[in-house]
Design a protein around this ligand. Sequence first.
Ligand SMILES: [Zn+2]
Length: 69
Amino acid sequence: MKKSVIIAALAVLTLGFIMACGNSHQSTEKHQKKGKYTCIMHPDVSADKPGVCPKCGMDLVERDTTEDK
Ligand SMILES: [Zn+2]
């Protein structure tokens, strides 16, 4: 009886740990997958390939990966 409770608790802990890990990993991946190109005036604009900003029509620039955070 006691054993099954411990096993159940361990299972819940393990599941929670996996889900927490998966979520943080997923959000990191999502952030990295954001478009490579952006508008210097509109950082929220992002695109996978070169083009123009839909808001102001400026050329999109390659995201600077060395930018300060
Ligand atoms: Zn723009």
